[in-house]
Design a protein around this ligand. Structure first.
Ligand SMILES: C[S@@+](CC[C@H](N)C(=O)[O-])C[C@H]1O[C@@H](n2cnc3c(N)ncnc32)[C@H](O)[C@@H]1O
Length: 306
């Protein structure tokens, strides 16, 4: 039920028709999964702790029709969901980012609505429940500006008010706000899944230098940035180094390992499979930088696969 993006097919073969963004403890997800066993539900949550708790809940409750992606909503929408496939998207109590200078972090912005329109089926809708009146108005203004949705604001259905946050705010006597954004048109800009490549690597000849003084390095490439944070020595008898790398590309942030290690063919320099990373254009560019780093130290490339 947990989807590992590095190993998943894009879009998912399970074909979810329902998406929940930011499911928190998974209480609401479990509820709709039980109510509608015929739905395939994709739940997306960026907090690892919440994902672990929700997976435990789904397992305990024997829920079979929920797929969980640990990561960012826009990544899931772009890559895991097929065009025009979603009938419902639930967003319950999204982080409000109340300060004006943080508004750019809000999920429900015009650009998001444009992209959402490409993944919603005809007549499909996003259902927002929030305690935050300002965000409720903000989301409506953003959807309106996209010109792709009609908006209705009936009272929230009672069963939307049973999430962890709903119960918390209810206990404090807060008001709730609800909006249904129904797709009426589609943004024409193509938004294909992110391109993936075979694992990039090179085989080098020459002896691996000691990297005692490897310094944090920023690698820029078209569409993103990688930061090689540090090099740590492998504990295996063959030796080698792991490079802790933070990679940011459009709709995707990855923390991954590159490696340089002796192999039977020569020195392998490339992406490590640890953590099921996605092999993207940014990974290729970063591996290319690392190979050139070793070339500058006198090693020679025997074979290059990127
Ligand atoms: C205020 S909590 C609400 C949780 C739950 N929906 C509820 O009502 O109890 C917001 C949740 O959204 C998650 N979240 C925020 N932005 C996200 C994003 N861009 N992608 C995935 N999850 C996100 C947060 O980690 C958090 O668990």
């Amino acid at each position: 039920m947990l989807i590992r993006a590095g190993e998943a097919q894009f879009p998912l073969p399970q074909q979810p028709q329902v998406l929940e963004i930011g499911f928190g403890d998974g209480h609401f997800t479990a509820q709709i999964a039980r109510l509608y066993p015929e739905w395939q539900i994709l739940g997306v949550e960026k907090s690892a702790g919440s994902v672990a708790r929700a997976l435990g809940r789904f397992h305990r409750e024997g829920i079979q029709n929920v797929w969980v992606y640990h990561g960012q909503a826009t990544f899931a929408l772009r890559n895991l969901v097929a065009p025009r496939s979603l009938h419902k998207v639930y967003v319950n109590f999204p982080d409000p980012w109340p300060k004006a200078k943080h508004e750019e972090n809000r999920l429900l912005q015009r650009g998001f609505f444009q992209r959402l329109s490409t993944r919603l089926a005809e007549g499909g809708a996003l259902l927002l429940t929030t305690d935050h009146e300002a965000y409720w108005h903000f989301a409506q203004a953003e959807a309106q500006a996209s010109g792709l949705f009609t908006i209705e604001t009936p009272p929230p259905p009672e069963f939307h008010l049973t999430t962890k946050y709903a119960l918390k705010w209810r206990a404090q006597g807060r008001r709730f706000y609800y909006a249904v954004f129904q797709k009426i048109a589609e943004d024409p800009t193509p938004w294909p899944p992110i391109a993936r490549y075979p694992v990039p690597h090179a085989i080098l000849t020459g002896s691996l230098p000691r990297l005692n003084a490897f310094e944090k390095t920023v690698v820029r490439f078209p569409g993103g940035t990688a930061v090689l944070l540090e090099a740590t020595q492998a504990l295996s008898p063959e030796g080698g180094y792991y490079f802790h790398t933070h990679l940011e590309e459009e709709d995707l942030v990855q923390d991954l390992l590159l490696e340089a290690r002796p192999s039977s063919h020569g020195l392998y320099v490339g992406l490590s499979r640890f953590g099921a990373p996605l092999s993207t254009a940014g990974v290729r560019a970063t591996v290319a930088w690392l190979v050139s780093y070793f070339e500058a130290q006198g090693l020679q490339v025997k074979q290059r696969s990127y």
